[in-house]
Design a protein around this ligand. Structure first.
Ligand SMILES: Cc1cc2nc3c(=O)[nH]c(=O)nc-3n(C[C@H](O)[C@H](O)[C@H](O)COP(=O)(O)OP(=O)(O)OC[C@H]3O[C@@H](n4cnc5c(N)ncnc54)[C@H](O)[C@@H]3O)c2cc1C
Length: 322
């Protein structure tokens, strides 16, 4: 324990005797920020990532602080990666497939072998539940399909907005979007109506039509505008579609070790981002809470600092000559 390998060792499969200070699983904004902090605390960090960060889907974010003209999600990730590299951090492309505890250290498996670490940060994110939408990535890139009302409601003011909801939150997203446009229509996805009579009254009072016939498919016009096709054979054209159908958290590795989770598998943590399992931390979308970049990076700063203060201090050798 406490032996520090070269940060590159993970890429070639670290021998079992070498133990990193921290293994960061996931290189979205949360994982990359945690790794930057830990490298600047002089800690040895292994970062693994299997790609497809949710941030990579963001055409332009206008609510991430410090970018008055907005910032593309991939550009932000590229900057974070470059910042990590500046401090000697490396990222291994690959999925961590299993995590166990052996003799007081975490042992993570991946296609290239095993990695050992004193602590682990889960920064593994979520997957949005989807709809059958043709040309999904193109539709998201163009802003015709949007997945985050908190992020970009401001950007669709006065547009014709369709919201498809699920029974977990039937009318909340439609009412939220009503602040931005007088033309909001709520659609259902299931055969059984998800909206209760009192909720229908609330929608009617706010001027939000509710289409109970379930959405079967979504196509795009040549101008990339979404058209919703419902079970009754009708087609409904809009400017923007928000499919708000919930999410699945990538928390399996942590739950298998005993970490507690809430709905959709999102992890529960304390105010230092620690799960119930000693040495196991979680940040970003995989944690229950608001799914935002600024939340992920803030939680990463908290987790990294708490880990640094909890690990044994490394004492720097004296400078002999100047
Ligand atoms: C279309 C869209 C627009 C958005 N717009 C905004 C916006 O304007 N502002 C804003 O604040 N937020 C926005 N968001 C939300 C934002 O993208 C997320 O909150 C943010 O990316 C969360 O960061 P994260 O690091 O927690 O997870 P992610 O960015 O999703 O990164 C998780 C990473 O972990 C990796 N991973 C998962 N499991 C493993 C494993 N077992 N082994 C190795 N790697 C693994 C994944 O491959 C992924 O690369 C938007 C999201 C979407 C989809």
């Amino acid at each position: 324990m406490g032996q520090s390998p070269s940060p590159c060792a993970a890429a070639v499969g670290a021998p079992p005797s070498l133990v990193y200070d921290t293994l960061v699983i996931g290189a979205g904004p949360g994982g990359l920020t945690a790794a930057i902090y830990l490298r600047r605390f002089m800690r040895h960090v292994a970062v693994f990532d299997k790609g497809n960060s949710r941030a990579s889907w963001i055409p332009v974010s206008h609510n991430y602080p410090g970018f008055p003209e907005g910032v593309g999600g991939q550009a932000l990730l590229d900057n974070l990666r470059a910042q990590l590299q500046r401090y000697g951090g490396t990222i291994t492309a690959g999925a961590i497939t299993a995590l166990r505890i052996d003799d007081g250290t975490f042992v993570a498996s991946w296609a290239g072998g095993e990695v050992r670490a004193l602590t682990v940060i889960m920064a593994t994110g979520i997957t949005d539940n989807s709809l059958p939408v043709e040309r999904w990535r193109e539709a998201v890139a163009s802003g015709a399909i949007r997945l985050c009302p908190v992020c970009d409601g401001y950007d669709v003011v006065d547009r014709r907005i369709a919201v498809v909801s699920s029974s977990t939150n039937p009318i909340g997203h439609a009412m939220f979007m009503r602040s931005f446009s007088a033309s909001v229509t709520l659609f259902d996805r299931s055969e059984d109506a998800i909206v209760s009579a009192p909720e229908q009254q609330q929608l009617a009072a706010a001027g939000v039509p509710y289409i109970a016939s379930p959405v079967r498919a979504v196509t795009l016009t040549p101008k990339l505008l979404p058209v919703l096709h419902t079970g009754d054979g009708q087609s409904h054209p809009f400017d923007v579609l928000y499919p708000m159908l919930g999410e699945v958290a990538h928390s399996r590795l942590a739950i298998a070790l005993g970490a507690a989770s809430a709905d959709c598998g999102e992890l529960l943590v304390d105010d230092g981002q620690a799960t119930g399992m000693p040495g196991l931390y979680a940040v970003g979308d995989v944690v229950r809470g608001l799914n935002q970049i600024s939340v992920a990076t803030g939680q990463a700063a908290i987790a990294a600092t708490r880990i640094h203060n909890a690990l044994p201090w490394t004492l720097r050798a004296a400078v002999q000559e100047r």
